[in-house]
Write a protein that binds this ligand. Structure first.
Ligand SMILES: [Zn+2]
Length: 212
């Protein structure tokens, strides 16, 4: 499985799209909504911890997350049923990894235009690493969620040599996760807010396809 004492692999989403140009000040805050499908049946208290911590990570980038936990049987007008709209994204917690590389903790679905709304988080692979490290399940899940949302918010070329968007996390990054200070860089934070504001301007409030 993923972490064997050296490094953890991540999905690589490197596609060719330029960064949208928009006027965003360094202190301007942007709100997004993240819809959570907990198909892995993560205990509610741990899920709350993960959402809180992922929200804290994004707050350092002046992005405020409103969490919406989806449940079966909701009304069709509910965003969980109609699909994500403007500045809405979907995190799907799945029980087992669905990629050939078992070192991957999650995957973000990003199109060739750099846009994406959905990401999957593989709980079994996170739990396996939690068993061999001192990181809490909620903490590691939060950081994986933040990384995959980072792919959706950064678009193309979203991996980095430093910080939370590194394609592989070494022991050093795991230690920083445990301390809660593996974050986005200032450049990544600005890039995410620029992209979000650009999409606010150009994207009509439409519902995208619903994926199960
Ligand atoms: Zn990645």
């Amino acid at each position: 499985m993923g972490f064997s004492g050296r490094a953890i692999g991540w999905t690589i989403v490197l596609l060719c799209v330029g960064v949208a140009v928009a006027r965003v000040g360094p202190s301007d805050s942007i709100d997004i909504t993240v819809l959570v499908n907990n198909s892995a049946h993560m205990p509610a208290i741990v899920l709350r911890q993960a959402e809180s911590e992922a929200g804290r990570i994004f707050a350092f980038s002046q992005i405020q997350i409103g969490w919406r936990d989806c449940a079966p049987g909701l009304l069709t007008k509910d965003p969980c049923q109609r699909g994500p709209g403007e500045n809405e994204f979907v995190v799907h917690l799945v029980p087992t990894g669905q990629t050939s590389l078992d070192s991957m903790f999650g995957i973000a679905f990003v199109g060739q235009d750099g846009d994406g709304k959905y990401c999957d988080i593989f709980l079994d692979r996170i739990q396996e690493t939690v068993r061999t490290t001192r990181i809490g399940l909620g903490q590691l899940t939060a950081t994986v969620i933040a990384h995959e949302l980072g792919h959706l918010l950064l678009g193309s070329h979203s991996h980095s040599f430093f910080g939370i968007m590194m394609p592989r996390w070494t022991q050093e990054e795991l230690q920083r996760i445990a301390m809660g200070n593996l974050l986005f860089s200032k450049e990544e934070a600005l890039r995410m807010r620029m992209r979000l504001q650009s999409q606010e301007r150009k994207t009509p409030n439409i519902a995208l396809e619903t994926r199960k």
